[in-house]
Design a protein around this ligand. Structure first.
Ligand SMILES: [Zn+2]
Length: 282
């Protein structure tokens, strides 16, 4: 390979190459996943596989713009510990660990970090980590994306599952897996399931937003045992390919904007600061 060509993945770089990646202001894409039950038809690595592929493929297509780094494999997952094959990290540990990983890239000279999250329960802690990084640094920005949000418009056009029930090991996630690794999906074991409805105000839907009440109970209490939330039988590899392409396109477009985003200095308008403000005498 031509040594002048930027490599897509950090793990294959030497340290001089990693330094050049930071000097070139390449946006760091950090995949954040989970090892978690995904029904009787999908392997437990669904979230990791999708986000790692997404980040790696984005970097393969635009190595001048982004760099993919090794993933955070384990997530915040206490609600699924009743199902075999699930691993959970306490939320405080998760936030501190992921923030340390992000800080490392900033210390190495990167100015933009994006957490690409693949697991619903990581969403809030990932957003929190991104905010911590922004709060702590004057010249570095971090953001968090739940990857499914990059395909919301497309989902509204192609989904077959009614709104309110496409949440886990569902039409969407199964389609993704059929696109990436069809040989590992047991479609004959793909069963439709919905969590027991306990209120008109509570539902979870990856693609259409959740209900007004934030309430996640232990899944072993509300699932009828499959671990699925949705209808994986309607999944196809073609839907997965469409989702993958849509998400790559929207991700790269955001990365270009994020890289170019200006970072003005912070101001202190309080009685302790000296920055002028036209409203001081209002
Ligand atoms: Zn998942």
């Amino acid at each position: 390979m031509n040594p002048a060509e930027p490599k897509p993945l950090l793990e294959t770089m030497t340290w001089p190459e990693a330094r050049r990646a930071a000097l070139a202001n390449r946006v760091v894409l950090l995949p954040v996943g989970a090892i978690e039950q995904h029904g009787p038809h999908l392997p437990v690595d669904v979230d990791n596989r999708i986000v790692t592929w997404l980040c790696d493929e984005a970097a393969r297509r635009r190595p001048d713009l982004v760099m993919s780094v090794p993933p955070i494999h384990y997530g915040f997952n206490t609600h699924n510990m009743g199902f075999p094959g699930t691993v959970s990290v306490e939320v405080e540990h998760f936030v501190n660990y992921v923030a340390d990983v992000c800080r490392s890239f900033v210390k190495q000279g990167h100015k933009r970090v994006i957490l690409i999250n693949g697991h619903g329960s990581n969403a809030m802690p990932c957003a929190l980590v991104a905010r911590k990084i922004v709060n702590e640094h004057d010249d570095a920005l971090a953001a968090a994306i739940n990857h499914w949000n990059l395909a919301r418009d497309l989902a509204a056009k192609i989904r077959e599952t009614p709104v309110g029930g496409m949440a886990h090991a569902c039409e969407y996630e199964t389609s993704w897996y059929l696109h990436l690794a069809p040989g590992q999906v047991y479609m004959d074991k793909a069963v439709a399931d919905v969590l027991q409805k306990r209120s008109e105000q509570i539902w979870v839907d990856l693609m259409a937003g959740d209900g007004p009440v934030a309430f996640i109970d232990d899944w072993s209490r509300v699932s009828n045992g499959s671990g699925v939330e949705g209808d994986p039988a309607t999944a196809t590899a073609e839907k997965g390919r469409l989702y993958a392409e849509e998400e790559i396109k929207n991700l790269l477009s955001f990365c270009a904007e994020f890289q170019a985003m200006t970072v003005p200095p912070r101001r202190n308008y309080t009685a302790r600061g000296t920055d002028p403000n036209p409203y001081h005498d209002a």
